[in-house]
Each structure stands twice: as structure tokens, then as C-alpha cells.
Design a protein around this ligand. Structure first.
Ligand code: 0PR
Length: 391
């Protein structure tokens, strides 16, 4: 007999638990790349929560909308006609899926030894999801140091390529400081060695295309070695979680990880880690794009970057140091030498005042998302001024 265990589970008070959470609406969350979803996107997301992209016979329309979203993202980066992609649960799933496809495509080659692990080169700045992919796929990570500009050191990357290397990762919008790797050089390196390039633009993918000088960064499938790119829509794309995105130059990468589901109507083929996956974020993004268009997204990106530069300027006036001038809306700062707070203490005391920041690479990191306005930052500066006076 199955025992009723409900009496032995300690009940919790849902409201009092939920009250412990921070809310994006305060504008004080500066440690997160996710944000308060745009209100129209949130409304439509709720309506289509149960749509399942894992069963396209039941949801053919939503499947077309996912393809439409990939088309919109693809246009930012000159994705070729034969390109394809997926809307996934987030940047981690997109990066893992990209590494999975590269591994399956490359391991067919006879040039690699099968008694040694296959290697992926990635900068030290790469997101932890690349480490997860390496672990899951039985690969070896060759971690390449970064320069003082927090970009991959190309010379060191060149020296690290071996006969076991199967792919290279570059980052557009590093988690720590929002920097972007020198993509032209990375592309050249990959072409010279016949290697596929994956770019993790989970955050930067919805930022760099909207910059006035976006062309300078070469974030495009014009780079001939580029086979895949991660671009999330639940970060600066402003749709509710979960909304990751993966673009592939051509369908062969998608096919390298394809499984047929013979028991479902239409025998769909899946190339995703998840089986069941909601189509709600695809619908929300497509709708948001119809309302805002390129200009609307651009306005928000500009506002976030202006706010980031404002905060950087004000902190410099107060003696803070900025190791890398922000190019997008992520700012790393070091507290003044004359301060008696250590970086860790300052980070903690800001949290105690309700302002959440992160500690990354011995810097305090601020991510300035759309919910944080200039007025919020002025309030934050008052808090910082009071803390500095109290010392
Ligand atoms: N690639 C890059 C460059 C990232 O910065 C991130 C997320 C990912 C991939 C993975 O994306 P998902 O989290 O969607 O899988 N980086 C954020 C970070 O580590 C994730 C995050 C988001 C953390 C919100 C905290 C938070 O509140 O900071």
C-alpha cells in the first residue's frame, strides 16, 4: 500500500517564503542578466505557456513561430539561407547543444586519435556552461588566458591547437565585463586550422547588433568558420524565462544530434536536450518584435548603456577604478585604495542595503538592465556616498 506522505512533509508558508525574494521591479537587482519581462511579452507568454515545441504535430503554428524567431535573430547576424536554429531553455542549454553538435560532427574525422580526449579551446572568460558541456560530452577543455582587455589571447590560442582540437569558442559579451573577443582573428585562426568556431553571444547577441558601431565587432556569419552562435531572448530580449537561442550556419549541425520519435504523430525529429519544451517565449518574442521592432529594442539598449556609462563616470569621480571601460551594459569596478572596505565587504554591505551586485574576477560587477533607471542609480550613489562617509 502506498503511504500518504503528505502529513510527514513539513508545510511551509508560501507567502512568507516568497517575501524573501528580490523583485526586479525595485530596479535594485544589478547582479542579474535576466530582467523584468516587457509587459506585453509577459501577457502573451502566459497565454501560450502550455504550447509544446516537442510535439510539432500538435503545435505546428508555434513551431513556425519558433522558426520565425530564428529568422529574426538570424537577420542580425547574416545567417545564411540554409541556416537553422532553436529556441531553448537558456544560454547554458544552447552552449551545451552547440558543443554536442560540434563533437558529433568532428568525431567522424579520422585525423583525431580515439584513445585521447577531443579538445575544445575556450577563453578563461567563457561561461561555466562550456565547462558543463565538456564534462557531459567527455571532452577536454583547453582554457586560454585573456589579455588585460579581457579578450582571448590569440597568440596563446594559436599555440594551444593540437591534432585533438575539434573546435574553438569565442565570447561576445563576457559574463564578467561584457567584453567581446577579437572575432576576425579568431576566425582566421579557425580557418587556418580547419576548425569550427562557436560564439557565445548569450548576452551580447541582443546588444551588439543595436550599437551604432556594431559593424566594428564582426559578430556575423560572414565569418566563414562560424558554425553556431548562442543568442538568448530572456536576457536583453526581454521575454520571460526560459528563452535561450541557438543559431546554426547549416542544417548538418542540427542533424548531427538528431533523434526520431517514432511513437509521436508525424515521427518528429528532435535535436534538443529537452523533449517537452514550451513555445511561450518564442511567441512572446515574436509578438514583442512586432510591437517594438529594431528601433524599439535599440532605444532600450541605448538607455541601458547610457546608464552604465553614467554610473561608471560617477564612480570614477569617487575614486573607484574601472579595469575595462564598459562597451555594453556590464560594468566591473574596483573600490578606491583609500577605502577601508575590502571589495567583499563592500559587496556585502550593498546587498544589505538591497542593491545586489556580483563579485567577478576581483571586481564588483553591475549589470544595468532595463528595470534600472537613472533615478535608481542616483539613489545607489547616495547609498555609496553615505557608506564612504561612515568609514
Ligand atoms: N553565456 C554567457 C556569456 C552568460 O553570461 C550566461 C549567463 C550563459 C551563457 C548561460 O545562460 P543561462 O543562465 O540562460 O543558461 N550568465 C549569467 C551569470 O552567470 C546567468 C545568470 C542570470 C546568473 C541571472 C544570475 C542571475 O540572476 O551571471
Amino acid at each position: 500500500m502506498i503511504e500518504d506522505q503528505s502529513s510527514s512533509v513539513r508545510r511551509i508558508n508560501l507567502n512568507s517564503e516568497l517575501e524573501k525574494d528580490f523583485s526586479y521591479t525595485t530596479g535594485q537587482i544589478l547582479s542579474s542578466m535576466n530582467c523584468q519581462a516587457e509587459k506585453n511579452a509577459r501577457e502573451i507568454f502566459i497565454q501560450y505557456l502550455e504550447s509544446n515545441l516537442g510535439d510539432p504535430a500538435l503545435f505546428p503554428g508555434t513551431k513556425n513561430i519558433e522558426a520565425y524567431v530564428i529568422g529574426i535573430l538570424g537577420r542580425f547576424f547574416d545567417l545564411p539561407e540554409n541556416g537553422t536554429g532553436l529556441v531553448l531553455a537558456g544560454g547554458s542549454e544552447a552552449n551545451i547543444t552547440a558543443m554536442w553538435a560540434i563533437r558529433n560532427n568532428e568525431r567522424k574525422k579520422t585525423t583525431h586519435s580515439h584513445s585521447h580526449p577531443l579538445e575544445i579551446l575556450a577563453p578563461q572568460s567563457a561561461h561555466i556552461s562550456i565547462n558543463k558541456a565538456i564534462d557531459l560530452l567527455n571532452l577536454k577543455l583547453v582554457s586560454i588566458p585573456v589579455t588585460d582587455k579581457y579578450q582571448i589571447d590569440i597568440k596563446k590560442a594559436k599555440r594551444s591547437i593540437s591534432s585533438q582540437t575539434i573546435g574553438v569558442v569565442g565570447v561576445a559579451g563576457t559574463t564578467a565585463f561584457g567584453t567581446i573577443d577579437p572575432l576576425l582573428e579568431l576566425n582566421e585562426l579557425c580557418l587556418e586550422n580547419g576548425l569550427p568556431l562557436h560564439i557565445d553571444a548569450a548576452f551580447g547577441g541582443m546588444v551588439f547588433p543595436f550599437l551604432p558601431n556594431s559593424i566594428d565587432y564582426n559578430l556575423s556569419f560572414e565569418l566563414k568558420s562560424l558554425v553556431s552562435m548562442t543568442v538568448d531572448i530572456h536576457k536583453m530580449g526581454r521575454v520571460p524565462i526560459p528563452g535561450g537561442g541557438l543559431l546554426w550556419r547549416d542544417k548538418s549541425y542540427a542533424q548531427a544530434i538528431e533523434f526520431t520519435l517514432p511513437y509521436l504523430a508525424g515521427h518528429p525529429r528532435q535535436n534538443t536536450l529537452s523533449g517537452t519544451r514550451s513555445g511561450a517565449s518564442s511567441v512572446a518574442f515574436a509578438y514583442l518584435w512586432e510591437i517594438l521592432g529594431f528601433k524599439g529594442f535599440q532605444t532600450e539598449v541605448e538607455r541601458c548603456i547610457q546608464n552604465t556609462k553614467f554610473l561608471a563616470g560617477e564612480l570614477v569621480k569617487r575614486g573607484f577604478k574601472i579595469p575595462n571601460d564598459p562597451i555594453i551594459n556590464i560594468l566591473g569596478v574596483q573600490i578606491p585604495d583609500f577605502s577601508s572596505f575590502s571589495q567583499e565587504e563592500f559587496h556585502k554591505v550593498l546587498w544589505d542595503h538591497g542593491w545586489t551586485t556580483s563579485l567577478v574576477n576581483s571586481a564588483l560587477r553591475f549589470v544595468i538592465m532595463p528595470a534600472t533607471s537613472r533615478e535608481h542609480l542616483i539613489k545607489l550613489l547616495h547609498v555609496i556616498d553615505d557608506l564612504m562617509k561612515e568609514e
